[in-house]
Write a protein that binds this ligand. Sequence first.
Ligand SMILES: C[S@@+](CC[C@H](N)C(=O)[O-])C[C@H]1O[C@@H](n2cnc3c(N)ncnc32)[C@H](O)[C@@H]1O
Length: 221
Amino acid sequence: MVESKGWNWKVVPENEKNVWIEPAIESYYFLDRWRKKDYKVFLDLGCGMGRHSIQFAQAGFDVNSFDIEEEAVKATCEWAKREGLSVVGKVGDMLSLPYSDSSIDCIFCRNVINHTDTQGVIRSIAEIHRVLKKGGECYFSLASKATYGFKNTDWPLIDPNTKICMREGPEYGVPHYFADYEGVFELTKEFKLESIYHVENFYEEFGHGHSSFHYHVLISK
Ligand SMILES: C[S@@+](CC[C@H](N)C(=O)[O-])C[C@H]1O[C@@H](n2cnc3c(N)ncnc32)[C@H](O)[C@@H]1O
């Protein structure tokens, strides 16, 4: 298995910082869904700068903020403190989550578990299965093989699904797993698959043919 490598948050360009402060579109749906299910214990798996930890803490969830990068967990905890909110931050690797079996109601994991190779994704999903309570849910996203970066770059391929990102910036040198439809089914076979969406992220400045695509997946245990 490839060595884990998180994001280098220090090199995120100034003009992209806002992206990591505003909650992602999907988060509003899951906030509503999980509140209605009376879930309480929330894990922001790969919390980054903390936008979803803050959003769920404001809504009254017991928030666990987790990332491999100390800087990310620190930024999240400091943001929570400024807001007068309480989150429990932990630094670690998603391949071995520091939470007990069946202890978490819901997991939000956006664009995180694809930062490893095929064996790493399999292991992270097994960890998600272990820590989720029975009846709990996890939302995660995975980059798709339809993405320009998988089809059209000469980045080093380290297994049939995984390339090392060679784009300058926070993800430089970070392994990227790319999924296909069958792969998502195979990876989630221990769960009930509630929904899959295949979504295009179109960037006007790059034009047609340069989009990235992600699978957005909801599973329950
Ligand atoms: C694209 S960012 C997404 C951050 C956050 N989920 C969001 O939507 O704002 C990916 C995050 O996953 C973290 N990450 C990458 N590999 C990881 C690993 N092996 N274990 C835990 N976190 C990891 C990175 O450090 C980074 O903070």
